[in-house]
Design a protein around this ligand. Structure first.
Ligand code: SF4
Length: 253
């Protein structure tokens, strides 16, 4: 074999580095995260790769005296989720006893200021189960927030369970028509099918509410969310508006 050494550069857990060990006839040194050439924690950087390749590292530039403001991640300008959370927060004004469980997607950013609107995020589909669990142990306003793609992926089974147990909870499905967080891949099912699917899972027709996630509709949205929070059963509110990033992509094609 003409290869003297293999360097494996991979983000996340070193699966490939682990799995290719032992598959070569002649022993070839394999370098990467497991062997310590690449740091196991954090993301790959140009500097860590340079060092692993045996090149001199590049020191960062020091800018003494300059205060760089923190820039935490946030929604894109005009994101529909921002309007959905504004409506939810307004609907909860004056409520002392509520719990909001989020799922995993762009909307998880609502855990940060200025929203501070979600209190848990565990894994895909967990928002529904967390809200159901909270309601079951006596939480007054138990709310789950999940994206449309995540709902199709793993939220439906938990909702079916909540319906079967007549859990007093409200689920907000933020339907932006795409999988925004991972690059705007198409959602598996169109918005028009979602209410039928929810009915099929057993959600009562009158408590499936489809709203526009837009600042111009906020007063009406707040009123509906309040109504459903007061309902003693499973209610689902679908907040609909396209992801801005998806819209930009679609207009270019
Ligand atoms: S990618 Fe789309 S859904 Fe995600 S924050 Fe931006 S506009 Fe919102």
């Amino acid at each position: 074999m003409h290869v003297g050494r293999i360097l494996v550069l991979e983000e996340g857990y070193p699966y490939i580095e682990r799995d290719i060990r032992g598959i070569f006839g002649a022993p070839v040194p394999i370098a990467g995260k497991l062997s310590g050439e690449i740091p196991l924690a954090g993301e790959l950087s140009a500097n860590s790769v340079r060092i692993a390749l045996g090149l001199p590292g590049r020191e960062g530039v020091s800018a003494a005296g300059i205060e760089v403001p923190g820039r935490p991640p946030q929604f894109c300008q005009g994101c529909p989720h921002a309007d959905s959370f504004t409506a939810l927060k307004r609907a909860l004004e004056g409520e002392a006893d509520f719990f909001t469980a989020s799922d995993i997607g762009c909307y998880t950013l609502a855990a940060l200021p200025p929203w501070n609107a979600v209190e848990s995020c565990v894994d895909m589909g967990a928002s529904v189960g967390m809200a159901r669990g909270a309601a079951t142990v006596g939480q007054k306003r138990a709310i789950g927030v999940i994206g449309d793609s995540t709902f199709y992926h793993s939220g439906m089974t938990n909702l079916l369970d909540a319906v079967r147990h007549r859990t007093p909870m409200t689920l907000l499905i933020l339907d932006n028509g795409t999988t925004g967080m991972t690059g705007a891949q198409p959602t598996i099912s169109p918005t028009s099918q979602l209410p039928k699917l929810l009915e099929g899972l057993g959600v009562v027709h009158d408590h499936i509410r489809v709203l526009e996630a837009h600042r111009r509709a906020i007063d009406a949205d707040v009123a509906v969310i309040r109504e459903e929070l007061a309902y003693d059963g499973v209610s689902v509110i679908v907040m609909v508006r396209e992801c801005i990033e998806w819209l930009k992509k679609a207009r270019k094609t």
